[in-house]
Design a protein around this ligand. Structure first.
Ligand code: SF4
Length: 326
């Protein structure tokens, strides 16, 4: 990280909101206690928090692999319309998933000393590891999602529409995080929809493909995507429709973004006030006192939490977190 001064900027995202109201300490470890934990001379707690925040479950890895590979292929998409490249996507995703399962199993993060660059699976770190049956199930889930994409109207549209109508594809992780952020008042608002594509008539469609089981995202969550796209591309909220599509089942939900914006704006304002009131220096976004971010009393949450080692809650039986875990 030498050569560039990093600052920890206060920001809102829907996952930060969920995290904070489920367990304030989790938000602390994720965004404050792990800060500079990449440095060899950082305090031991910060280095451990930085390592633990990289942990993900196998289900999360399937989702990440699907989204990263799809975004890569969409960014490189040739101009002429084409069918969804099912065989290409499946082969690349399977290869990437197996490589990442292997690097977690081999504890590459420990051998090479860089937890950010090597996968750490919850199942390897806190449980007995990934069995062959789990690996096979993960590959099958990935294939189901590619098949779901190929039969989804927006999946087909992303490949068939003129390329300039594909307005936004989720940028690569680890790249310039500014691409995922827009100003919202005096804070940054982060969102990462998978795709933004022009409609057949006016307006833009914001698409979020899900690889997990259906759950009910509320309108405010979808409206946060709308606020991001509206500011990023200067499009009126009334001209935005947000879609959540569960690829394995075909379940879908769409809202006109304008309908959820009042609730989203209230959620953002409440979050900003609640988190800033716990900071020791709000202007510098410093949280010098972890006790202001209490640990949840719902101890069952600790079973699925990557910070269980740090919080001394590893006596709770470990359960790999699902995709809805913030
Ligand atoms: S282990 Fe429990 S108390 Fe600690 S951050 Fe996670 S959910 Fe919160």
């Amino acid at each position: 990280m030498a050569g560039r001064e990093l600052s920890n900027t206060f920001a809102f995202s829907w996952s930060r909101h969920q995290m904070f109201y489920q367990c304030p300490r989790k938000l602390y470890w994720y965004y404050y206690g792990s800060w500079e934990g990449w440095r060899a001379d950082a305090p031991a707690d910060a280095r451990l928090a930085y390592r633990l925040k990289q942990i993900k479950s196998l289900e999360m890895l399937v989702g990440e692999t699907f989204h990263e590979e799809l975004a890569t292929i969409l960014r490189r998409r040739p101009d002429p319309p084409a069918a969804v490249p099912v065989a290409h996507l499946t082969a690349d995703m399977e290869r990437r998933l197996l490589k990442r399962i292997r690097e977690s199993r081999n504890a590459d993060w420990e051998r090479y000393g860089d937890p950010r660059r090597s996968t750490i699976l919850f199942e390897d770190y806190y449980q007995a590891g990934v069995t062959q049956a789990m690996e096979d199930a993960a590959l099958a889930a990935l294939r189901r999602c590619v098949a779901g994409l190929a039969s989804d109207p927006f999946g087909r549209r992303a490949f068939v529409v003129e390329k300039q109508k594909v307005v936004y594809v989720d940028p690569p992780r680890g790249g310039d995080s500014a691409q995922r952020g827009v100003r919202h008042g005096d804070i940054l608002l982060y969102a990462s929809p998978d795709l933004v594509v022009r409609g057949r008539e006016r307006g833009l469609h914001i698409v979020d493909w899900k690889t997990g089981h259906p759950y009910a995202p509320n309108d405010a969550q979808l409206a946060v995507y709308g606020l991001f796209v509206s500011r990023r591309f200067g499009v009126a909220l009334e001209d935005l429709t947000a879609h959540v599509i569960y690829l394995a089942t075909g379940t879908r939900r769409a809202i006109n973004v304008a309908d959820g914006v009042a609730e989203a704006t209230r959620a953002i304002a409440t979050f900003v006030e609640d988190v800033r009131s716990r900071l020791t220096d709000p202007d510098k976004n410093l949280a010098g006192d972890p006790s202001r971010f209490p640990m949840t009393e719902q101890r069952w949450r600790c079973r699925r939490c990557v910070f269980r080692e740090l919080c001394g809650r590893a006596d709770e039986p470990a359960q790999a977190p699902g995709l809805d875990e913030p």
